[in-house]
Design a protein around this ligand. Structure first.
Ligand code: SF4
Length: 209
């Protein structure tokens, strides 16, 4: 099932550089080409299961062309990873996923715990590359908000062992005040400014949370 032309046109009209991939592997190829075309002086990424599925994170960790700020490197102390996340705010090229896309207005939606994923999307890096499976597409901004709170957040909590939030137990959001709460910050991009700064790769598969 291809993406609706109306959705692609709406996103493009909002200034996003939209690419279409049939599957995760093709999305990985598009991301690599886009990275090489931008010749980044530094590169970093935010947590995204879709980026992992596309093979992009494995590739970033093994390539030697571009300096990588790896903010999730295993074995590195947490404080050092936080410092790297600060540096990543002003890296040249930043990659991550999307929590939800509203088809009615072509807006992009995220929730985040500490902001290291959403802050560089909004400002800082010269280039941002996003990947999104077709399951991220919602009809309206309201549905997108609901999706990230009722679907993405509880499933993301489950990925992280030891998080004691109500949704970790029930699978449902209780708008909690837990210290482990992962829904502390919200980002909505109505338009891409400057136009084309963000490349959005839509993948015709169910990927990520
Ligand atoms: S607000 Fe709390 S309960 Fe609701 S999804 Fe976020 S972490 Fe889970």
């Amino acid at each position: 099932m291809a993406f609706e032309e109306k959705l692609v046109k709406k996103l493009a009209a909002n200034g996003f550089d939209v690419r279409i991939a049939a599957n995760a592997a093709e999305a990985g190829n598009i991301a690599r080409t886009e990275i090489r075309n931008n010749a980044p002086t530094s590169i970093s990424f935010g947590d995204s299961m879709t980026l992992y599925a596309a093979g992009t994170i494995d590739w970033l960790r093994t390539q030697t062309e571009f300096p990588l700020i790896d903010t999730f490197e295993k074995g590195v102390p947490f404080r050092e990873l936080i410092e790297r996340r600060r540096q990543a705010l002003v890296c040249h090229t930043f990659l991550t996923g999307v929590n939800a896309i509203s088809a009615s207005d072509g807006s992009l939606h995220w929730l985040d715990m500490i902001g290291n994923r959403i802050a560089p999307i909004a400002f800082g890096p010269r280039k941002v590359i996003l990947v999104a499976g077709r399951n991220k597409i919602c009809t309206t901004p309201e549905e997108a908000s609901r999706r990230i709170r009722e679907t993405a957040a509880p499933l993301n909590v489950k990925r992280h062992e030891g998080m004691k939030t109500p949704c970790a137990i029930t699978g449902k959001c209780a708008d909690c005040s837990s210290p482990d709460r992962i829904c502390n910050e919200r980002l909505i991009l109505h338009k891409c400014h400057p136009k084309g700064r963000i490349t959005l790769i839509l993948i015709d598969e169910v990927l990520g949370l």
